[in-house]
Ligand binder design. Structure first.
Ligand code: SF4
Length: 209
């Protein structure tokens, strides 16, 4: 008998969304295993490989168990890179169950999914993003790493409509990166680039996952 398809899942947990415009909002996280980038400063390297094979039914069962204790309605699909795996059925089922869905992606891949909140975070060295995100992204998050420059910010900012905020997020809240983020914000804003803001990783300040 054919077995139902599975997804490699690293973890499923309840927390707050610590990044971006949804910051502070209680959210369930489904972290998918695997990533097609290898950012040296990645803070979820443990998600690059491994993971438990779970069917859609098993994932939904775990979410419902969490929901029983904490009746919130936002789920964030994250990674690793969540679009590496075929999450079509999972997205469909979670939407049928009435959840709002966010996805955090490095934007190198695109799948036509019913997602309520696309967070894209293009990464070095090329900061490539799939063109479909020009109309889909609700926010752009750029990690203020050593590689990020004003020219990269300018190129990405000018590609998207100003209604899509671009968030400069210091790398792991480090002081050097916070200083760099401020300098880049100043340079970008005085150069006339619209809709830029600074972010932080709130979950790290609160010492949450
Ligand atoms: S794209 Fe994200 S998950 Fe993948 S290596 Fe870079 S920071 Fe880590």
């Amino acid at each position: 008998m054919p077995q139902p398809p599975t997804l490699k899942i690293k973890e499923i947990f309840a927390s707050i969304q610590g990044e971006g415009l949804r910051c502070g909002e209680p959210t369930f996280f489904i972290r998918l295993a695997g990533c097609n980038r290898r950012c040296p400063w990645c803070d979820t390297k443990y998600a690059w490989r491994g993971g438990t094979s779970l069917t859609t039914d098993e994932i939904i069962k775990r979410i419902k168990k969490l929901h029983h204790v904490w009746p919130i309605n936002w789920i964030c699909l994250t990674g690793g890179e969540p679009l590496l795996q075929n999450i079509e059925e999972l997205v469909l089922r979670l939407k049928q169950d009435g959840f709002f869905l966010q996805i955090e992606t490095n934007a190198t891949l695109y799948r036509n999914l019913q997602i309520d909140w696309w967070t894209i975070s293009p990464k070095p060295p090329d900061y490539y993003f799939q063109p479909q995100f020009l109309t889909k992204a609700k926010e752009i998050k750029l990690v203020v790493s050593k590689e990020l420059t004003f020219q990269i910010i300018k190129k990405i900012r000018q590609a998207f409509p100003p209604s899509v905020p671009l968030i400069l997020q210091p790398q792991t809240n480090h002081l050097w990166s916070r200083k760099k983020a401020w300098q880049l914000l100043e340079e970008s804003t005085t150069s006339g680039l619209p809709s830029l803001r600074l972010g932080l990783q709130f979950h790290k300040i609160f010492k949450l996952k």
